[in-house]
Design a protein around this ligand. Structure first.
Ligand SMILES: [Mn+2]
Length: 348
């Protein structure tokens, strides 16, 4: 297991100087944020980012994420141009020594929550999701704050985009994903860059849009779209875990044994009702997921890939990007490292 931490670049109030002081931290997960979605990432920019991180004694081997242009998800004729750009980006990432690319195939909206600063019982603030609230929101009303967006849309653009998705059901989205993978995986293989799809978050349809990477069955279908080691998964415990039907340790054992988990996101969530949850601290007792069992599954499959603590709460008066403060994610990393040390020593 290689412990990593997400960093949003020079604009991130959580600096590399702070991240390097977290015990056991070895790598950064980042991206290039000033290139519009769909354009190719130039090699010099990737190398500059890598060198900046390496100067601080950390590695950059995982990119999260290279966003997929909506025309690719929609299967529009213009998709080929954007897929060509994606291929160029993968080639450049490979040349720079990047090993894993995390991406997702969620239409329009990336991860979605109904509140970004919900107050938990201990006075800390966290992201939360309440389906009853989301159900009653018109995404065009501007009420919705979505932290995960890689793109910000004008209202008319958003309306246009949502209209285009009216003809896209789950099956069409699967076909468009397959088309994309068939084009890019050969380049991923040649460039030695492992692709790692992030599950849909939450793992069900929102605003009537199709969502397909939601459970074990969909992961099985996904890895068979293109049967290559380079067509892999980001196993996000918190995304899958809000559906009680998803057994996270079982997913880890199943897809880990097949060699398809290239990146692990470890976080806890507390299910508070039907399709309602809040993001708790990483500790097992604080949420609905047993993080010990999750780390034990990674230990059992001898996981040697990249792992990062995922979202954290805002604690000790910290302000910043929702879910991506320093303190609670650092506590998460330390907790995960503690479990890992105990598991390793118990096995010897
Ligand atoms: Mn995640």
């Amino acid at each position: 297991m290689k412990m990593t931490f997400r960093w949003y670049g020079d604009e991130d109030p959580v600096t590399l100087d702070k991240i390097r002081q977290i015990p056991g931290m070895t790598g950064i997960v980042s991206a290039i944020y000033d290139i519009p979605v769909g354009e190719a990432w130039p090699l010099n920019k990737i190398i500059a980012l890598k060198e900046k991180i390496e100067k601080k004694g950390l590695t950059l081997e995982v990119i999260e994420s290279v966003p997929v242009h909506e025309d690719i998800k929609l299967g529009l004729p213009t998709r080929d141009k954007y897929i060509e750009n994606y291929i160029t980006t993968l080639k450049n990432l490979g040349k720079a020594g990047i090993k894993v690319v995390c991406y997702n195939f969620m239409p329009v909206f990336d991860w979605t929550r109904s509140s970004l600063d919900y107050e938990l019982s201990d006075g800390s603030n966290a992201l939360m999701y309440d389906e009853n609230h989301i159900k009653n929101i018109d995404p065009l009303s501007g009420e919705l704050e979505l932290p995960g967006w890689d793109t910000s849309y004008q209202n008319n653009e958003l309306k246009n985009l949502l209209d285009k998705y009216k003809v896209i059901d789950n099956e069409k989205l699967w076909n468009n994903l397959k088309y994309f993978l068939e084009k890019i995986i050969p380049t991923a293989e040649e460039s030695d860059v492992k692709m790692a799809i992030h599950p849909d978050d939450p793992p069900w349809s929102i605003f009537g849009l199709p969502r397909i990477i939601v459970n074990k069955e969909s992961l099985e279908r996904f890895i068979n779209l293109v049967d290559s080691h380079y067509n892999g998964i980001t196993l996000c415990s918190g995304s899958f875990g809000v559906d009680r039907e998803n057994d996270i340790p079982e997913l880890i054992r199943c897809f880990g044994k097949k060699g398809r988990i290239h990146f692990a996101h470890v976080r806890n969530i507390k299910i508070t009702g039907d399709r309602c949850f809040e993001e708790s601290s990483h500790r097992s007792e604080d949420g609905s997921l047993d993080i010990y069992e999750i780390m034990k599954a990674y230990s059992d499959i001898n996981f040697e890939g990249y792992l990062r603590p995922d979202h954290g709460r805002m604690i000790w008066g910290e302000t910043g990007k929702p879910g991506y403060g320093l303190y609670d994610r650092a506590l998460g990393a330390t907790y995960i490292n503690g479990l890992w040390e105990a598991l390793k020593k118990a096995n010897n």
